[in-house]
Design a protein around this ligand. Structure first.
Ligand SMILES: Nc1ncnc2c1ncn2[C@@H]1O[C@H](COP(=O)(O)OP(=O)(O)OP(=O)(O)O)[C@@H](O)[C@H]1O
Length: 354
C-alpha cells in the first residue's frame, strides 16, 4: 500500500484557461479516494495525469515519495478500469484478464493461478472460458476490474466505471468494487459525477468545479461542513441563504439573512469571518423545522409537496427566498397553501464561501 501525492498539478491545453488548476492532494496508502464534480470539471484529466496518459503543465505526481511525472504509463504500476470496459471482444474472459500478465512475461502456471484468483475476487468464478459478448454489462465490468487487479497494481484508477450500468446494478457493483478494493488493500482513485456513488464508496472525496478543488473530506465532512455554496448544492440538496455577519456567539457567528432574521451558524476553521462580511449560510432541508407562523426564522408559504414514502419534501416561498424542507411523514404536516414558520435546528446552519 502506497500513498499518492499530487504536488500542485495544473493542466492547460494551448493558451486556454487551465482545465486543472493547482491541485494539491495526498491520497493515503490503501485509501479509496474519489474525484467528484460535474461534467467538464477536470476530474478525468486529473486521473489521466496520475495514470500518465496526460502530462501535467506544472507540478509533480509522486507514488510513495517517488517522482513518477516522467515515467511512462506502463511503468507506473497502475491498474485502470474504464467507463466503456475496453475489453478485447474476440478473447475469452481468462485471456482478457491475463492480458497484463502476458505482457509482463509471467509464466503460464502462475498466470493461470492469478487469473483464477482475480476472477474469484470479482465473483466470476467459473466464467473463465466465456466469450465477452456472452456476458452482461455488469459481468463485463467485473472482468475489467479483474484485469486491473490481476497485475497487483500499486494504484488502482477507475474512471466512471459504473455509468453504463442500470441503477440497480450500479448499486450492487459499488459494494463489489469497494469490497475487492478493501480486500486487496490497493490505494484507489475513483472518478464520478454521481455524488451518491461518491458518498457511498469513498474514504474521502475531493469536490471539483471548473478545474479547481473546492474541498477534500470524508463523505460526512463534505455533507455536514461544506466549504462552499457549490459543495453544499452539489452534495445532496441545500438551502444556501445569503447574509451578513452581525456578531459572534462562542464558536458560532450570527448572520442576518434575507428577510431580516438572524441565524447562528458554525464555520470552517480556515474561514475568517468578521462583522460586516457578506457570507452564505447552508442549511440542509432535513435541518429546517416547522413552527407556528410568526415563531420561526422565516414565514413561508407552502408551494409544493412531494411525498416520497418515508418523507415529504416541501417547496416553500419566504419573501424572495425559495426554501426546501424535508420532514418525516406524519399526519400534522403543513398542507399546500398554508403559511408556516420555519427555523434551522440548533447547530445545523453552516457558513460557506458564497
Ligand atoms: N485533449 C484536450 N484538448 C483540449 N481540451 C481538452 C482536452 N481534454 C479535455 N479537455 C477539456 O478539459 C476540460 C476538462 O475535461 P475532463 O474530461 O477532465 O472533465 P471531466 O470532469 O472528467 O468531465 P466528464 O465527466 O464529462 O468526462 C473540458 O472542458 C474538456 O473539454
Amino acid at each position: 500500500m502506497i500513498p499518492v501525492r499530487l504536488d500542485r498539478i495544473s493542466k492547460s491545453y494551448g493558451a486556454n484557461a487551465p482545465v486543472v488548476h493547482d491541485v494539491d492532494v495526498t491520497i493515503g496508502a490503501g485509501e479509496f479516494f474519489t474525484l467528484l464534480g460535474p461534467s467538464g470539471c477536470g476530474k478525468s484529466t486529473t486521473l489521466r495525469m496520475i495514470a500518465g496518459f496526460v502530462a501535467p503543465s506544472s507540478g509533480r505526481i509522486l507514488f510513495d515519495g517517488r517522482d513518477m511525472t516522467a515515467v511512462p504509463p506502463n511503468k507506473r504500476g497502475t491498474g485502470m478500469v474504464f467507463q466503456n470496459y475496453a475489453l478485447f471482444p474476440h478473447y475469452d474472459v481468462a485471456q482478457n484478464v491475463a492480458y497484463g500478465l502476458v505482457s509482463r512475461k509471467v509464466a503460464k502456471d502462475e498466470r493461470r493461478k492469478r487469473v483464477a484468483a482475480a476472477l474469484d475476487a470479482v465473483g466470476l468464478d467459473g466464467y473463465a472460458d466465456r466469450r465477452i459478448d456472452q456476458l452482461s454489462g455488469g459481468q463485463q465490468q467485473r472482468v475489467a476490474l479483474a484485469r486491473a487487479l490481476v497485475i497487483n497494481p500499486a494504484v488502482l484508477l477507475l474512471d466512471e466505471p459504473l455509468s453504463n450500468l442500470d441503477a440497480k446494478l450500479r448499486e450492487e457493483m459499488r459494494t463489489e468494487i469497494r469490497r475487492a478494493q478493501k480486500d486487496a488493500g490497493i490505494t484507489s482513485v475513483y472518478v464520478t459525477h454521481d455524488q451518491n456513488e461518491a458518498m457511498a464508496m469513498s474514504d474521502r472525496v475531493a469536490v471539483f468545479d471548473a478545474g479547481k478543488l473546492h474541498q477534500i473530506g470524508t463523505p460526512r465532512e463534505v455533507y455536514h461542513r461544506p466549504a462552499s455554496a457549490f459543495v453544499a448544492r452539489f452534495i445532496g440538496r441545500s438551502n444556501v441563504l445569503p447574509g451578513e455577519v452581525v456578531g459572534r456567539e462562542g464558536e458560532q457567528v450570527a448572520v442576518r439573512v434575507s428577510g431580516g432574521k438572524t441565524v447562528l451558524a458554525g464555520h470552517p476553521d480556515d474561514l475568517a469571518v468578521a462583522e460586516g462580511d457578506a457570507v452564505a449560510v447552508s442549511v440542509r432541508p432535513e435541518h429546517l423545522t416547522f413552527t407556528d407562523a410568526g415563531a420561526g426564522t422565516f414565514d413561508a408559504e407552502v408551494r409544493g409537496i412531494e411525498f416520497t414514502g418515508s418523507h415529504c419534501q416541501f417547496d416553500l416561498r419566504a419573501g424572495d427566498l425559495d426554501l426546501a424542507v424535508t420532514a418525516a411523514d406524519r399526519v400534522d404536516l403543513p398542507r399546500l397553501g398554508d403559511t408556516v414558520g420555519v427555523r434551522p435546528e440548533s447547530g445545523r446552519a453552516w457558513v460557506v464561501r458564497p
